[in-house]
Design a protein. Structure first.
Lengths: 175, 176
């Protein structure tokens, strides 16, 4: 699937190992483990505060995860910036509303892709908050600490995902 | 901006840079892994985990870092994990990588981000109910694999590292 036109790609083992070093540095210097999904709770809290601040102040979950900007919020924003720097400096930045694999299977309708992405996002975040973590918080941070919850969550993420992609794309071999 | 926030920003920029370079923030790569066609994200993740676990436990042994373990609640982790997987299969990005995807121009990531904000709001509404039910089903507390097995953590790290390298060799042989 990797094409020769893929500008500036690094070996995934190298990029992964370097990410591991970054996570060690974060634990060492800032005492912080990677995570992303709590930021979406804080973000939702911010948005809801515009509509009904009194309600947000009383909600148990927003008391637990307050709508504030913290380490993880900036970490998540940083991911966007870092990705943009890497993509634009290597010529691999590309505006695209429909991923190639999706287009091959489901066609050119950007609204269809948008609706499924939105619904997928709703379901994914509900699950991540119930599990108390996503592939960053459970998968990466949980596993590097040898947490049982991290390994179990990671396995369940893949099981759920494999089932859904089988339904969407069908089984069958490699092309 | 506090020091904490600055650390977060710098760490995120480095991680986002590497995620993009490793090509793991693309729909085609994430779904490619779930379709068992392209194991790029597995290679990236396991490499990060093996390096990360060695470094983290070295820091802990030296007294330079503390663990921060999430509890193993069977109902929450298994059910939540499976639900997450279903959503991930539809969206093709996870919470962190959706931002990275937008960073390299993948606009469908914006729909995913909007959906995830909505999902977080819905979970906040459901939290009291979840807290009284699923979050109480089979709570084993903050346990690690070495604790459960009753052995030193390096005796867990070493087999995982060796197993990962063997898996990598197999994946390369299979061209995945």
């Amino acid at each position: 699937m990797g094409t020769s036109k893929d500008l500036g790609a690094w070996n995934p083992y190298l990029a992964g190992a370097l990410s591991g070093l970054v996570s060690i540095g974060s634990v060492w210097f800032a005492g912080k483990y990677f995570g992303a999904s709590t930021t979406f709770v804080r973000g939702a809290g911010f948005l809801e505060k515009f509509i009904d601040p009194a309600k947000v102040a009383k909600m148990e979950y927003f008391i637990k995860e307050k709508p504030i900007i913290d380490w993880q919020w900036m970490f998540v924003i940083g991911i966007l910036i870092g990705s943009f720097i890497a993509a634009s400096s290597s010529g691999s930045f590309r505006l695209q509303a429909i991923p190639d694999m999706w287009r091959e299977r489901f066609g050119d309708n950007a609204a269809k892709r948008g609706i499924v992405a939105f619904v997928g996002g709703v379901i994914a975040m509900f699950g991540a908050r119930l599990a108390d973590g996503c592939p960053s918080g459970h998968g990466l941070s949980g596993s590097i600490q040898l947490a049982v919850s991290g390994f179990v969550a990671l396995a369940c993420f893949f099981i759920g995902g494999i089932i859904v992609t089988r339904l969407l794309y069908g089984g069958g071999g490699r092309k | 901006m506090t020091t904490d926030m600055l650390y977060g920003l710098v760490t995120g920029i480095l991680f986002g840079f590497l995620l993009q370079k490793g090509r793991v923030i693309r729909y085609d790569k994430q779904i490619g892994a779930l379709r068992l066609l392209d194991m790029t994200i597995v290679k990236f993740m396991l490499s990060a985990i093996v390096v990360g676990m060695i470094g983290t436990y070295a820091l802990v042994d030296l007294g330079l870092a503390k663990l921060s373990i999430k509890p193993m609640i069977i109902g929450a982790v298994v059910l939540g994990g499976l639900i997450f997987g279903v959503g991930w299969g539809l969206l093709g990005y996870c919470p962190g990588t959706s931002l990275g995807a937008v960073g390299e121009g993948r606009l469908d990531g914006l729909w995913g981000i909007a959906g995830m904000l909505a999902g977080a709001a819905i979970y906040a509404e459901a939290y009291p109910l979840m807290n009284a039910t699923v979050l109480k089903w089979g709570d084993f507390g903050k346990i690690t694999l070495p604790q459960v097995l009753g052995i030193n953590h390096w005796l867990v790290i070493l087999p995982i590292a060796i197993g990962s390298i063997l898996l990598f060799r197999w994946l390369e042989k299979k061209g995945l």
